[in-house]
Write a protein that binds this ligand. Sequence first.
Ligand code: FES
Length: 691
Amino acid sequence: MSDGRITRHPILGIPKRKKVGFYWNKRRLQAYDGEVISSALFANGIHIFGHHAKDGSAQGIFCANGQCAQCMVIANGIPVKSCMTKVEENMVVESLESLPALPVTIEERHFSPLEERETDVLIIGGGPAGLSAALALGERGIDTLIVDDKDRLGGKLVLQTHKFFGSIEDCYAGTRGTDIAKILKENIQAYPSITVWLNSTAMYVFSDKKVGVVTNNTRYRIVNPKVVLNAAGAREKSLIFPGNTLPGVYGAGAFQTLVNRDLVKPAGRIFVVGGGNVGLIAAYHALQAGIDVVGIVEALPRCSGYQVHADKIKRLGVPISTSHTIMSANGEEHVESITVCEIDGDFKAVQGTEKTYACDTVLIAVGLSPVNEFFEEAKQAGVTVFVAGDAREIAEASSAIFSGKIAGLEIARELGAEEGEIPADWYKKAEILKSPPGPTEKPDYDSFPDRTITPVFHCAQEIPCNPCVSVCPKGVISIPGDSLVGRPRIENDQCIGCNKCVLVCPGLAITLVDYRQGLNNPVVSLAYELYNYEVKEGDMVLLTDYEGNPLQEAEVIEVLFNKASRKTQIVKVRVPKGIARKVAGFRVQREEATLPMAKPTAERITDDAMVCRCERVTAGEIRRWIRRGIRDLNQIKAITRAGMGACGSKTCGDLMVQLFKDEGIPVEEVTPHTIRPLFIEAPLGVFCNIS
Ligand code: FES
């Protein structure tokens, strides 16, 4: 049971889990107890979950987060989202071929009364923002109910195996997301006024100010809160291109769920579309899981994610092409390759620049949309409602932690349980933590001493991050103006070579250069955490500068690793003085993994690209109606069925708005979809609590 599984990971432990047997289209397969069907299928090498009723196209996963409906299968006779439904012993799972049939029920069913629960605060979403808010409420003894649709708390933190940015005091900078999730969860357990419902999906905020919640897809309960906090996070955006719904094309978040939460190895060679933080981090997570990253394309002239993230993966050997976009994902029933091309300043393809790369997976990382429907609906119903984290504004999880803390205090004040003012500088700090990356500048290597021992900072961009300043026992490091945003600099020559800054840096962008054993051949210490690509004493490595440009080969003279090292190794190399301060990392990925195929294989035919994946409605069909003068998404829905599918237009709504923009129609002229209950699909019987 190892083929589609991760059996070794540099950061995540591989737990011993009980096996269960289930059936897939009459074939007996094995899964791990407690895992969802989609992950069990991927682990067994099955990526096609059915075929669409309209055109017979193969269907796989897209979001792995319960937000779309592409991964639907039939489990024990009932259509379910495979990414949200756990495998059970002897479960009979079948691919969804065409439309599901209604289950036949012949036995007598008993209806149970609905349970209703009062609470002071209902928090929708147990991720970084929701948990931080709950802690602030728990400290004040306020009755708080957290509902979360996953089987564990933490939200996207449980997918983040890298260290966080920000500051140590405000948002655990330098600690990995997976560890922050554990800390927050343990802290929550200390407060008896906090109740947690897991596997529980908030369905709607009704006009009588009550919120419907479905637990385990079987039990419907009504919550009657005084205050609602929407901390439901974000959903991944999709993109229009030919082949965009082929199995093997899915969201970067879905990939992180498979790899980091479920320890499934879903791919051999991935290509990432989008150079924001999500795409860059997903590429790093792929390398941690031993998966080749063939390349990354970013449509803008510069990656929109942190440059330290981009530089970190470039040093490891991942090529990033800016001003490039995807033309098509190619393959019959599954991705076999991707074709990309250069684009000009108007985002138009530059003829003759097409390149095709063999890969089995294309990750879409083109941004996130806030899950804000609960906020809007609660407001309309007259419920006192707050919003925090990505549901309020897309930003780093470190920012969500801090904005959740502020929301918790604001709610406590609203309920009269907190009299003190919220410090004004908290709001300022919240703004800083969510600020986009600032200007870039080449590291000034001459500013670092060249005759003692010194940290060297390879961060070339201002971002909110300062754990290196906090951990230095000698006060060697500072940021101008004592700010959280800025590039660190050397304050004095008192460095003792403790390596604390090297080990805490989330960007792995600090090295230590030690001239004490030879001025002309100093030793450089490099942070390294991909020890699935093992590096040991005596190995030759190709050193690179901060942006991944090769410098020269060098022999590894020592590899240090201990308990206090935050799962980060220190790899030491001895190099000539002339390059010592420039050395920032070394390659691990083979260059052959990133080379294009001999001939490009696709044309850009955007009219054929799918917009509504639930109802299989193409860009061409929708454009036709826009060009005929329709400006109302509800009319387009009535004519084409685009937006009428199982996901309730959560996946295609934004894409349709984009099509209007592409046609030169201002968004204000477009009537949006009318939102109707419920936000999430559920079996009808659930609402009668049939037992
Ligand atoms: S993609 Fe689900 S309704 Fe359009």
